[in-house]
Design a protein around this ligand. Structure first.
Ligand SMILES: Cc1cc2nc3c(=O)[nH]c(=O)nc-3n(C[C@H](O)[C@H](O)[C@H](O)COP(=O)(O)OP(=O)(O)OC[C@H]3O[C@@H](n4cnc5c(N)ncnc54)[C@H](O)[C@@H]3O)c2cc1C
Length: 431
């Protein structure tokens, strides 16, 4: 294990080594199996996917985004970071699966009604994967649009959503389709869904609701076959006159919807940042181990100057990303979970995701080069890590679009300490 510049307490060190053991002994072998399975087999009840998810739930990793007052584990923000980096080290796909599992339920815990809390409690106590969440954001006609709209002044240019919601007789009725990229959709029981108001002006006029995927009118697409992160099944969701009770709307229409979407992206950005550091570290450690063993030119690879420099570059990137993402996550969690002020800084959270994703790809690429042709072999872990790192550049928003969206926050709010919630609310009212 790596030495930690934060000089961790005994308790933190113990936690780190326990999660690492889980990542190495449970997640890694299952993720390699899943990666090689056809998509339909990955979602069967006998799939290793469910075995790992159940273990993760027993360990409470699904509740990392629920504060202790609401029944979540009594962990410091630093401890949550430590867990997330290790999960990313074990498998980016499975880390993503447990991350999206949490989104509908932990959002409902923060914002929802007492009725929704009953569902949240059932999910928190579940260790058999009877409750499994996914996050329905992107649509066939709206991928990056969902990120860009948060800070764009021109609401209307984004057009109408593919998924709409209308109020009818004390219920909400949902229609439309989410994209095939929704992580865990083929295996999920509940979706945290972003839907546009049927009479809204654009996708910015929306609600966030919890949809039980066993409801009448819900259909799931077939799990898709992707380049990387194959250990996390992805697929479409279709809604045909699906009725949910009023109580299942965690964020109703109004100015808070935009703020919620923004702050949720702050949380996912920090989580994806931590997973990315874990993946980058995994690639670096693979390269270091290999370079110490492989002999070329009569000496181990580590004796060659170009390999030494490559290893140093990788080390520099992993270490710098870790401490920045850690800082950004600790700050973001304090603003959202402890103070519940929903004013975490978007530019700092997006930076955590963009920087860590970028270095994850660079490190995986450079690590693979250290392996020579062996790195291209399906037998080698680095081959999977490289494919996962490529998918990572698109998951939760492309690097370019996240950077553009953060740039708007830098340009408009650089001198402010915190967040432009007033601006977002004012723009909503004036549009
Ligand atoms: C592994 C993985 C997991 C995912 N999980 C989920 C999930 O759980 N739930 C979910 O809802 N979605 C999920 N997604 C979808 C993901 O959020 C989208 O793929 C992503 O936001 C990009 O949208 P898109 O694929 O439609 O690309 P597009 O938006 O079509 O973008 C195509 C290209 O154009 C660029 N571009 C687009 N718009 C602009 C703009 N306004 N300005 C400048 N450049 C632009 C982009 O950077 C990109 O290079 C996942 C995707 C992946 C790969």
């Amino acid at each position: 294990m790596y030495p930690d510049l934060d000089e961790l307490s005994e308790e933190d060190e113990l936690l780190k080594s326990e999660v690492h053991r889980f990542a190495e002994e449970v997640m890694r072998p299952a993720s390699v199996k899943l990666d090689r399975m056809p998509p339909d087999d990955r979602v069967k009840p006998s799939s290793p996917y469910f075995k790992v998810l159940k273990e993760m739930k027993k360990l409470g990793y699904h509740k990392l985004h629920v504060s202790p007052e609401l029944g979540g584990p009594n962990l410091s923000p630093l401890q949550r970071y430590i867990i997330m980096e290790e999960l990313g080290w074990g498998s980016l796909g499975l880390a993503t699966a447990i991350g999206v599992d949490s989104i509908p339920f932990s959002s409902a815990a923060l914002t929802g009604s007492e009725k929704l809390m009953e569902l949240v409690l059932a999910w928190m106590n579940d260790t058999e994967c009877r409750y499994h969440g996914c996050w329905g954001v992107t649509e066939p006609e709206h991928g990056s649009d969902y990120l860009m709209i948060i800070r764009d002044e021109d609401y209307l240019k984004f057009g109408r959503g593919n998924v709409t919601a209308r109020r009818e007789g004390g219920e909400w009725v949902i229609n439309g389709q989410k994209s095939a990229w929704v992580s865990a959709a083929p295996v999920a029981t509940h979706c945290g869904l972003h839907a546009q108001l049927a009479d809204g002006r654009s996708i910015a006029d929306g609600i966030f609701c919890i949809v039980p995927l066993s409801a009448e009118g819900v259909e799931k697409g077939k799990p898709v076959d992707m380049l990387g992160m194959r250990d996390c099944p992805q697929g479409e969701l279709f809604f045909n006159e699906v009725r949910i009770p009023e109580d299942y709307v965690a964020v109703p229409p109004g100015p808070f919807y935009g703020i919620f979407a923004d702050q949720l992206l702050c949380l996912t950005s920090c989580a994806v940042g931590a997973f990315s550091v874990g993946l980058a570290r995994a690639a670096f450690e693979e390269a270091l181990r290999y370079a110490r063993q492989r002999v070329q030119g009569g000496v181990p690879l580590v004796k060659h100057k170009n390999i030494k420099l490559a290893l140093y570059r990788m080390f520099e990137k992993v270490e710098s990303a870790r401490y920045y993402v850690r800082k950004a996550m600790m700050y973001t969690h304090r603003r959202i979970f402890e103070k519940r002020s929903f004013d975490a800084s978007p530019r700092h959270a997006r930076m955590a995701q963009v920087y860590a994703k970028r270095i994850a790809y660079e490190v995986a690429d450079e690590a693979l080069q250290v392996f020579g042709a062996y790195g291209l072999s399906k037998e080698m872990m680095i081959e999977k890590l490289f494919r996962d790192a490529r998918s990572l550049q698109i998951e939760d928003g492309t690097i370019e679009v996240l950077s553009l969206e953060a740039a708007e926050d830098v340009i408009n709010n650089y001198e402010k300490t915190y967040y432009d919630a007033d601006l977002i609310a004012k723009r909503y009212q004036e549009a």
